[in-house]
Design a protein around this ligand. Sequence first.
Ligand SMILES: [Zn+2]
Ligand SMILES: [Zn+2]
Length: 577
Amino acid sequence: MKKEEIAAILDEIHVLLELQGENPFKVRAYQTAARALESLDKDLESIIEEKSLESIKGIGKALAEKIETLYHTGQLKYYDDLKASIEIGLIEMLEIPGLGPKKIKAIHDRLGITSIRELEIACNHGKIALLEGFGEKTQEKILSGIKNKELYRKRHLWWDANEIIQPIIEGLKKLPQVKKVEAAGSLRRKLETVGDLDLLAAGEQPKPIMDWFIGRKEVIEILAHGETKSSVRLQGGIQADLRVVPLKQFYFALHHFTGSKDHNVQMRSRALGMGYSLSEWGLKLESREHELSEVIVKSEAELFKKLNLSYIEPELREGMGEIEYAQKGDLPKLIEMGDIRGAFHTHTVASDGRATLKEMVSGAEALGWEYLGIADHSKSSFQANGLNEERLFQQVKDIKELNQSKKYKAHVFSGIECDILKDGSLDFEEEILKQLDYVVVSIHSGFGMNEEDMTKRMVKAIESPYVTMLGHLTGRILLQREGYAVNVAKVIDAAIANNVIIELNSNPKRLDMGWRYWHKARDKGLKCSINPDAHSVQNLAYYIAGVNVARKGWLRKEDVINTCGLKEVKKYLRKGI
Ligand SMILES: [Zn+2]
Ligand SMILES: [Zn+2]
């Protein structure tokens, strides 16, 4: 274990002892030892070898032994036992801003409170304010701390995080001291949800960059303000970290802070195998004379090239086979934003959308799309004002007239988002469905079925003759609701066997079917449709989130039906694949 890690554990022991109400001298000893470790001017290894720990001011015999054990084994029984002896709820309370171990102990001793939930109730009943040494203000602070804790712990949708961070990136780009800037981490990998945001800038003078960053109006709390790294809390509760590195380190750091853990581990071991050592600091070649020579790169592509790899797009850096493919030069050419020529799954005011048919079509036209498919809800989705046969045919008629009027450049297709009923039959008769240009089938009810029944239900729907595509396969709502139990592999196989497309629902809360399934599915022959499931004109932009996830799922242009031009799509819809 490194000295910083050991110091962190000593600090934690100090807090836990304080929580237990231990003798203040003993409590302070751990804190003193932690500081002493941090400010060592020699490295810990040689001190331990020389057995000279005890000669350091603030470290006695007992502590020296504990530090040695942690150094050698990374574990300490005393620490584990101490943690286990304290109510977990009390330890969790330490994360509430403004609530230290002394206050938590007082609350526990006087009111018998052992969890955050109980603490919240006590605050709401005004009991905390009445405790000696607390008062109204402290109580209020604790309550808002509890709320923030819930808010802050949450991950955030990629879409929301991206919206928050873009203006900050744009601002950083304009600073004269900034030579390069990128968001790294899961945001750059386009993961559907992100935790903290990692920003990386290149510059030789970090101070003005840091000062600018922490002074943003979006910043609600400064968590750390260092010379080369600062962390802030932004509106909405998301944490953003900015690192500033010298230009020559930039691409190494960018690669390091972008890749998933698995990707980075695999890259480092590949580098080692070739006689290099790779880290956020650089790529170093160990020569025979044991002198390190540093490698200079001017882009991430050059970094990959040094390791005999073709460029790996950030979205693919998940440690899921991309390095083997890059070695063979076999990575796919991923779909791009500009490849999208239209969309199929959109709603209008006829069901639960907020825009009229005409507004939606002019929105599609503004995006430069050649076509737009309207798929309003069917009658069983009464909560979404689903269309019955009569209203559906009225819409078909309206669309026909609109196309004939040639008022819009975008062609409109008549479709439906038809409910899959509980027994797997569809909400409309085949007679009706066959009169439409295409049919999306989705589940909007009966989520609680077991996996076997749910899978049968979906497979039966897929086998129905007029189905073009399957909507939001698992029904998940990110950060809110797990998808229903379904055997995804079986549904994929049924879709391929029946020439049915599976949509990539691009609503940022859904992104369903998820990226983890796509690579294998497209190898088996599955086709995708990137569907915004737009309920307003603005929502049409969700295709961007869909393209991100499609790239993450290794999809190419040719795997996605709505990259086809109008002529090809018409042909496809008439005949199938
Ligand atoms: Zn739906
Ligand atoms: Zn929909």
